[in-house]
Design a protein around this ligand. Structure first.
Ligand code: 5GP
Length: 344
C-alpha cells in the first residue's frame, strides 16, 4: 500500500486571483477557439463547451440550440441511424455533433452503420466509465485504424500516464473525470476518483505535450467552475447537470407542490440500465443516481448565463480571449468558495 501525500484539488478548492487588465468590457472577450486535432487533422472552430452524452442532455433538440453557439453535443449511445434520421437539421450541424459508443461489438457495428449513412459526422466519442483497461485501448486502436480522418474522443481517465496511453492508442481528445459528476456515485460505490481540477491540470499537461487535447468532464456546478476548468488547461469543458432540466432535453416533466421538475439520471443508474439494457446484471451495482432537477425552461438562457460568466472570469484575470485564460490564471486555494447564506 502507498499513499500519495501531494494535495489534489477540486474546483471548489480554488478561486481565480484577479489581475490588472486593459479590457474595457466582457463584451470584448473572445470565447471562440480553433483547434487542429492530432490524428484526424480536422480543424474545428467554436465555443469549446460540450453537452454530455446523457439522457436529457445529449439529445438532438439540445444540439440544435448548442450548435447556434458553436458548442458541441455528444449524442447518447442510443442514437442509431433511425433516431438520427428523425432530425432533418442534422446535416447542417455535423460540425458540432459527436457520435457516442461503448466498446462492445454492437457499438462498433452501430458506429459503422451511422458513418455509412452520415459520413459527414466528424467526432466519435468512445466512452466508458473506466478508461484503464487494455481492452479499451485496443478498441481505440481499431476505431482509429478504420476511421483515420475522424476525430476520436476517448475516456474517461484522470491521470497523466493513461492520458498519454490513450493518445498513443489513437485518441485525438482525452475525456477526463472519474467520479466528479452531479449524478455519479462512483466515489461512494467504489471509493475511486481524483479531484477534478488536479486531474484536468495533470492530464492537460500530458495531452498537450503530445499535441492532443482534453475535455474536463463533470463536476461543474456553476459558470465559475466552467471557467476554472479552462483556467486549469482544459481545451473543452463537458456539462451534464448544468444543461439538464430544459425543454429541449425532452425529459419527463413532473409536478410536485406547485413546482415543475425534470427527471435526470446518471448513465449507469438503475433507471438508465433498465431503460436501455433491460436492467443491471447481478455482478454489477448502479453507479449513478436519479434526481429531480428544477424545470429551467429554454436552454438558451442557461447557455447565455454560462458564457456570460466565463467572459467575466476572463475580464477579471485580464485574458482578452479564452485562449489566454489559462496563461492568465493564478488560482488561490480557499476554504470557502462562496457565501451561501441565501443560496438554499
Ligand atoms: P456533471 O456535469 O453532471 O457534473 O457530469 C457529467 C458527467 O458525469 C458525464 O459526462 C459523465 O462522465 C459522468 N456520468 C454521467 N452519468 C454517470 C453515472 O451514472 N455514473 C458515473 N460514475 N458518472 C456518470
Amino acid at each position: 500500500m502507498r499513499i500519495e501525500e501531494e494535495l489534489k484539488l477540486d474546483y471548489s478548492d480554488v478561486l481565480f486571483r484577479p489581475k490588472r487588465s486593459t479590457l474595457r468590457s466582457r463584451k470584448d472577450v473572445n470565447l471562440l477557439r480553433t483547434y487542429r486535432f492530432k490524428y484526424s487533422k480536422n480543424e474545428w472552430s467554436g465555443t469549446p463547451i460540450m453537452a454530455a452524452n446523457m439522457d436529457g442532455v445529449g439529445e438532438l433538440g439540445i444540439a440544435e440550440i448548442l450548435n447556434e453557439y458553436g458548442m458541441i453535443t455528444c449524442l447518447t449511445k442510443q442514437h442509431d441511424v433511425k433516431k438520427i434520421k428523425q432530425n432533418k437539421k442534422v446535416k447542417s450541424m455535423f460540425q458540432n455533433i459527436a457520435i457516442s459508443i461503448g466498446i462492445k461489438k454492437e457499438d462498433f457495428q452501430n458506429l459503422d452503420k451511422i458513418m455509412k449513412e452520415f459520413n459527414f459526422f466528424k467526432f466519435i466519442c468512445i466512452d466508458v466509465a473506466n478508461g484503464y483497461s487494455e481492452h479499451f485501448t485496443s478498441f481505440i486502436k481499431s476505431v482509429r485504424d478504420k476511421y483515420p480522418t475522424k476525430t476520436i474522443i476517448a475516456g474517461n481517465v484522470v491521470t497523466a500516464d493513461m492520458t498519454q496511453e490513450l493518445v498513443l492508442s489513437g485518441a485525438d481528445i482525452v475525456k477526463v473525470g472519474i467520479g466528479p459528476g452531479s449524478v455519479c456515485t462512483t466515489r461512494i460505490q467504489t471509493g475511486v476518483g481524483y479531484p477534478q481540477l488536479s486531474a484536468v491540470i495533470e492530464c492537460a499537461d500530458a495531452a498537450h505535450g503530445l499535441g492532443a487535447h482534453i475535455i474536463a468532464d463533470g463536476g461543474c456546478t456553476c459558470p465559475g467552475d466552467v471557467a476554472k476548468g479552462f483556467g486549469g488547461g482544459a481545451d473543452f469543458v463537458m456539462l451534464g447537470g448544468m444543461l439538464a432540466g430544459h425543454d429541449e432535453g425532452n425529459g419527463k416533466l413532473v409536478k410536485s407542490n406547485g413546482s415543475k421538475f425534470i427527471e435526470f439520471y446518471g448513465s449507469s443508474s438503475d433507471i438508465a440500465n433498465k431503460k436501455h439494457y433491460g436492467g443491471l446484471s447481478d455482478y454489477r451495482s448502479s453507479e449513478g443516481r436519479t434526481v429531480r432537477v428544477k424545470y429551467r425552461g429554454k436552454i438558451k438562457d442557461t447557455i447565455l448565463n454560462i458564457l456570460g460568466g466565463v467572459r467575466s472570469s476572463c475580464t477579471y484575470v485580464g485574458a482578452p480571449s479564452l485562449k489566454q485564460l489559462s496563461k492568465c490564471t493564478t488560482f488561490v486555494r480557499v476554504s470557502n468558495q462562496y457565501n451561501d447564506t441565501f443560496a438554499k
